[in-house]
Write a protein that binds this ligand. Structure first.
Ligand SMILES: [Zn+2]
Length: 273
């Protein structure tokens, strides 16, 4: 792993990491349409995933659950320095096959944000986590969050549809897990002020965006900033995300994007699935 900037131990910023697929190269679909629609641009091999987590731990990062991070924010108004949270979007089956075993080996908590359409319909979907797998993950201490029922573009659909997606997926997870989901991740990072109000009204304690990086505080609990790191941790983007200095220098850009997003202007859903 390269020597990334991190500042003195305990001074680097906190990060909420966003992953999608964990799979070895031979498991990648050959169909270009599946590669695109299932977000395979964001794939880490199990070995890369493990190396990345071990690297962060060596650098002094403390892995905490999303609930623990929210507790830090509620108690002190902001995150502890160098906390790191692992999250997954979309609920792909490879998270179960390849992701959870690495996390358990290293004793690292994580949140899986899943769509619930297939759980509700009762139609099995071999590409996604089943109800039984979600129950098993929850029993083993992982957090299960909502990614809506149908990966809805929440800022663009009608308000009744957005409400149904948020409320319905929470109830679907309650049916499977015995308790409703506390946390939400906006599909495609698509949200605005109306969507934030709906997330609050439908009972979510916090929601994750794909905006980042910036520092999470009590102000950002409905658009928690998350970061995508490259598999090899060797890009300029990785340096930017893990450096306290560049995060501070460029946070105005993130704030600008956030203002536009809340106002419902700007480019619409983010590029990340
Ligand atoms: Zn997604």
């Amino acid at each position: 792993m390269p020597d990334l900037p991190g500042g003195r131990p305990g001074t680097a910023p906190s990060v909420i990491l966003l992953y999608h697929h964990i799979a070895p190269p031979e498991d990648l679909p050959r169909d270009p349409e599946r590669l695109r629609s299932e977000g395979w641009a964001f794939v880490h091999s199990p070995a890369e995933f493990q190396r990345q987590l071990e690297f962060l731990r060596r650098r002094g990062y403390q892995f905490v659950s999303l609930g623990e991070l929210l507790g830090q924010i509620e108690d002190q108004g902001q995150e502890h320095p160098q906390s790191v949270v692992v999250t997954f979007d979309d609920g792909w089956i490879d998270n179960w096959v390849h992701g959870a075993p690495v996390l358990e080996k290293l004793g690292i908590p994580a949140t899986f944000f899943v769509t619930t359409g297939h759980l509700r319909s009762g139609q099995p979907d071999s590409t996604r986590l089943s109800g039984g797998q979600l129950r098993s993950l929850a029993d083993r201490g992982f957090t299960i969050g909502s990614h809506t029922r149908n990966h809805a573009d929440l800022a663009r659909v009608r308000v009744e549809v957005a409400r149904e997606e948020l409320q319905g997926s929470r109830l679907d997870l309650e049916r499977v897990l015995g308790r409703p989901a506390d946390f939400l991740a906006y599909p495609g990072g698509s949200f605005n002020a109306r969507v934030v109000d709906l997330a609050r009204q439908t009972g979510y304690r916090a929601a994750c965006s794909v905006l980042g990086p910036d520092r999470n505080t009590s102000d950002s609990r409905y658009w928690l900033f998350r970061d995508v790191l490259s598999p090899g941790l060797n890009t300029l983007g990785d340096r930017y995300r893990l450096s306290p200095l560049t995060r501070r220098m460029f946070s105005f850009r993130v704030r600008d994007k956030l203002r536009k997003r809340l106002a419902g202007v700007g480019p619409g859903p983010d590029e990340e699935p």
